[in-house]
Design a protein around this ligand. Structure first.
Ligand code: AR6
Length: 178
């Protein structure tokens, strides 16, 4: 686990399950366009949230790559779920811009909803095939580029599934000394 304070905001990288972050206001879902259950992060979030999440999300679908929408968290131990649709690598272009939009739009929704803490998985870096280190770079560049603008959000956590994935985030975070 790595934690770092940047512009008064605590940035963390941890290894864990995005559906088990009880101290966080909003968790981000690596969603599909139809906002249905799916596998990976979406599977874990929907499983823990229960069927009410899909019922609430369905009328907000379909969403496009780069979009984010917000719902309640139902049986998850959080207040909100922010659903982001990342780009499918090699199909949705420009991939880096669309992935950056996910993080940007999620943070905007967090600010609009007075959210103090938000946890992100590595959007697009699983089933959607985005090379992990490149996806991590886009995630951190985008979030770090916006921390100066945030007023409600005070804590941003990146939740990574594997040890190697965590090391990549730690390495990238440690390089920043702003
Ligand atoms: N907690 C944290 N990270 C996880 C978890 C978890 N419970 N499960 C997987 N990861 P993915 P995508 C990691 O595939 O690439 C779904 O079927 C995983 O190792 O969840 O945006 C949806 O329905 C990887 O590093 O998201 C969509 O159709 C990262 O989270 C599609 O997959 C993202 O993997 C979205 O694909």
């Amino acid at each position: 686990m790595t934690a770092k304070m940047i512009h008064g905001i605590t940035m963390e990288a941890v290894r864990g399950d995005i559906a088990s972050q009880p101290d966080i206001d909003a968790v981000v879902n690596a969603a599909n366009a139809r906002l249905r259950r799916g596998g990976g992060v979406a599977g874990a979030i929907h499983r823990a949230a229960g069927p009410g999440l899909e019922r609430e999300a369905k009328p907000l679908a379909p969403i496009r790559p780069g979009d984010a929408v917000i719902t309640g968290a139902h049986d998850l131990p959080n207040r909100y779920v922010v659903h982001c649709l990342g780009p499918v690598y090699g199909r949705d272009e420009p991939a880096a811009e669309l992935l950056a939009s996910c993080y940007h739009n999620a943070l905007r929704l967090a600010e609009d909803n007075a959210i103090r803490s938000i946890a992100f998985p590595a959007i697009s870096a699983g089933a959607f095939g985005y090379p992990f280190e490149e996806a991590a770079q886009v995630a951190l560049d985008t979030v770090l580029g916006e921390v100066g603008e945030l007023s409600s959000v005070k804590q941003i956590r990146f939740v990574l599934f594997g040890e190697e994935d965590l090391r990549i985030y730690e390495k990238l975070l440690e390089r920043r000394d702003d």
